[in-house]
Ligand binder design. Structure first.
Ligand SMILES: Nc1ncnc2c1ncn2[C@@H]1O[C@H](COP(=O)(O)OP(=O)(O)O)[C@@H](O)[C@H]1O
Ligand SMILES: O=C(O)[C@@H](O)C(=O)COP(=O)(O)O
Length: 424
């Protein structure tokens, strides 16, 4: 293994795995595997980039730090020399963390400072300019992320957001420096380190900026950011002849299918409305779940009875409904109950023969795949920006698409099932 990634959620892990597997246009990327949690044994032979998926975005900061350091140890033991801490391109976090505490703990463990922090992902409309994060043409706090059920983002100045979470000063490298080229970026990061800045927000508004930053990070032990920051990293290994490049072969998995959605993000709600207009769809009501009125076997039957018709089960609701449920039961309580239900449902469905599964939502995906014990996942073709086909390596093979809440076109669900089956 050359490169090791610690991802703070499971959809984010797929996103960065996709970026590393793709690499730069015309050159290709690294042979990449996604791991669900920290594996017990060694990585399979031939893996050049290993992505450890944690569910550490919304847990107490001290626990997120503990898990991230354990992931770092495992990746180091596999031989990785460069490490990426992957967080959300919308910088999902709270005043307590977990981006700052985990970033600083990894920097300390690796003995570095002047570490890049860049959530930009222009392919999905996320750009950083003057230290502010945009989603398409909106500032972060007007993008819908201000209503996120677990990590509402109400400040677009991510230097200020990060300062609230960190012990050391936070630096900033502006776009003009990035436009001046990779040597200028490397110099600016070295100056930031000399000033005692551990994490440094770096502006990036287009893919070329990320390629420039990637070149500046050749040999840097630690990189932090959204999946975009990984864009230029495979090139450094390929240019040195340590990796061959190229792209992963598309895998195909036939068999019964389901879509499970727990994301309440705008894009997912649009995808649900679109899909439900032409396919069987069942809403899980948070009040019913909290009162123990939701029958797991009813949900299983709904999926099995609708085999071949792309059945969807969702708890997703608009911000007012989510806020009311959180007020009644508590934010974590309702999230845990819904995530637990989706996890048990997925387990039962796989036991009943399900082979293709699309999940919408990072926390939801974490709960679902943690319940499945799938081992390493090979990363295949990209379905939409940031979402690849994933195929488990055990028998029977399970095809998965773990979709970040705000990713994907409006017809994503149907498209993903077709890509998993190799029919589109
Ligand atoms: N109807 C609902 N009421 C309250 N919380 C919900 C509801 N539906 C889903 N949730 C919770 O909201 C959170 C959504 O987070 P996540 O799955 O990460 O989606 P995203 O990728 O959009 O951030 C999950 O913890 C989920 O259980
Ligand atoms: O960086 C991103 O936007 C995604 O990879 C991601 O982490 C999104 O998280 P969720 O919206 O919670 O799925």
């Amino acid at each position: 293994m050359l490169l090791g990634v610690i991802a703070d959620d499971f959809t984010g892990a797929s996103d960065v795995a996709n970026t590393l597997a793709k690499g730069l246009e015309g050159e290709g990327g690294l042979r990449t595997a996604q791991f669900l949690g920290i594996p017990d044994g060694p990585a399979p032979a031939g893996v050049e980039a290993g992505v450890v998926s944690l569910k550490s975005r919304s847990i107490p900061a001290a626990e997120a730090v503990r898990q991230s350091l354990a992931a770092l140890d495992w990746l180091r033991a596999q031989g990785a020399r460069q490490f990426v801490f992957k967080y959300c391109s919308t910088f999902d976090s709270t005043a307590e963390g977990n981006i700052g505490p985990v970033g600083e703990a990894l920097a300390k463990a690796l003995g570095v400072s002047g570490v890049v922090a860049c959530p930009a992902f222009p392919g999905a409309g996320r750009t950083v300019f003057q230290g502010h994060l945009f989603v398409n043409d909106r500032l972060l706090n007007e993008s819908g992320m201000e209503n996120h059920p677990l990590t509402p983002m109400t400040d677009p100045d991510i230097r200020r957001v990060l300062r609230a979470q960190t012990a050391a000063p936070v630096g900033h490298v502006g776009r003009a420096t990035v436009a001046a080229g990779h040597a200028a970026v490397a110099e600016a990061l070295a100056e930031a380190a000399a000033r005692g800045e551990v994490l440094v927000i770096v502006d990036a508004v287009e893919n070329d900026d990320l390629s420039t930053i990637g070149r500046a990070l050749d040999g840097a032990p630690l990189v932090t950011g959204g999946s975009g920051i990984a864009r230029g990293l495979p090139h450094n290994f390929i240019a040195r002849g340590e990796a061959r490049g190229g792209t992963a072969a598309a895998a195909a998995v036939q068999g019964p299918e389901a879509i499970l959605a727990g994301s309440c993000s705008r894009a997912t709600r649009g995808q649900i409305a679109h899909h439900a207009a032409g396919h069987p769809a069942l809403m899980v009501d948070a009040d019913d779940v909290m009162a123990g009125r939701t029958g797991l076997e009813d949900l299983v039957s709904f999926v099995l009875e609708n085999e071949g018709r792309a059945p969807l089960i969702y708890s997703s609701a608009d911000p007012a409904v989510v806020a009311a449920a959180q007020q009644r039961y508590g934010r974590n309580e309702v999230a845990e109950a819904l995530e637990g239900l989706f996890g048990r449902l997925a387990r039962r469905l796989i036991d009943a023969g399900l082979r293709r599964l699309v999940v919408a939502g990072g926390e939801t995906s974490g709960a679902v795949v943690s319940a499945l014990d799938l081992g390493a996942l090979a990363v295949g073709q990209e379905i939409d920006p940031g979402v690849p086909v994933l195929v488990s390596q055990g028998t029977p093979a399970i095809g998965l698409a773990l979709k970040s809440g705000n990713f994907g076109s409006v017809d994503f669900f149907e498209k993903a099932l077709a890509r998993l089956a190799g029919t589109a």
